[in-house]
Ligand binder design. Structure first.
Ligand SMILES: [Zn+2]
Length: 257
């Protein structure tokens, strides 16, 4: 077992009660990928690291990192919680879903590539008032890669033209130009507007996202298309997604226990 004492930046992605009064806290970290920390007596009142391990907290920690296995936190140097996300159940549902997807995409201890930064950027955007569906859709599209699905968005998969209308084809793993639509009867039949945004979302940097304003009909069509991609090409759905869908249908649905 590898063991080291290290300073690291971490983002709390989930918490789970453990034994009588302990807590398992899962974090994305800048250097060690995703890790699970065991916090003894963390569910007792007055726990000294309580503020540093709240959901949606980004912090600088000192830890006893053990891989494989459970790691330990020995100090919290600095911590701040995403306030709006933690207080608004709808924003909470979107942010939880993004973090659950990242959790599914990366096994414990595997490096996260750009996704440590992207997780923070997504939460910062949602916390700062950006349309949470837009931020979530960008994350969903860009995370496909982490699940081993790499749709070709740049030009027609067959002829590489970019000057004709496009549609998305699962069979061909990307966009087809109008001349090649006949190759796939099960193409998505998406509007030009949705295709435009999906292609943009596949390439946009999260720190360049600024007040993207989509029509309700376009948002609905895109969510249906992205859900179909995940159902058919990824095949896993975190529980947080079902909760988010329920909240979107009925915002009074409330927290799930
Ligand atoms: Zn073509």
């Amino acid at each position: 077992m590898a063991r080291e004492i290290a300073d690291f930046t971490g983002l709390v992605i989930s918490r789970q009660s453990y034994r009588e009064s302990d807590l398992l806290v899962k974090m994305l970290t800048d250097q060690f990928g995703k890790l699970t920390f065991l916090l003894n007596r963390a569910r007792k009142p007055g726990f000294r690291f309580a503020a540093g391990i709240l959901p949606f907290t980004l912090g600088i920690y000192v830890g006893d990192i053990r891989r494989p296995g459970l790691s330990f936190i020995s100090a919290v140097k600095e911590a701040r919680q995403y306030q709006n996300i933690s207080q608004d159940i709808m924003l909470n549902a979107y942010a939880s879903y993004i973090l659950a997807l990242i959790d599914l995409a990366f096994p414990e201890g595997e490096l996260l590539g750009p996704w440590f930064d992207k997780a923070q950027q997504s939460l910062t955007l949602i916390d700062g008032g950006q349309d949470p569906q837009v931020v979530t859709n960008i994350s969903e599209i860009q995370l496909l890669h982490a699940f081993g699905v790499e749709p070709h968005w740049r030009d027609c998969v067959i002829c590489h033209r970019t000057d004709l209308p496009f549609d998305f084809s699962e069979r061909y793993g990307g966009v087809l130009c109008q001349q090649h639509w006949h190759l796939d009867d099960h193409r998505y039949h998406l509007s030009a507007r949705s295709i435009y945004w999906l292609r943009l979302f596949s390439a946009i940097k999260l720190d360049q996202v600024n007040q993207i304003d989509l029509k309700a009909a376009t948002k609905l069509e895109m969510q249906v298309a992205i859900d179909r991609m995940y159902d058919n090409m990824v095949g896993v759905t975190p529980k947080a997604k079902r909760f988010l869908d329920q909240m979107k249908k009925d915002p009074g649905f409330g927290p799930q226990e």
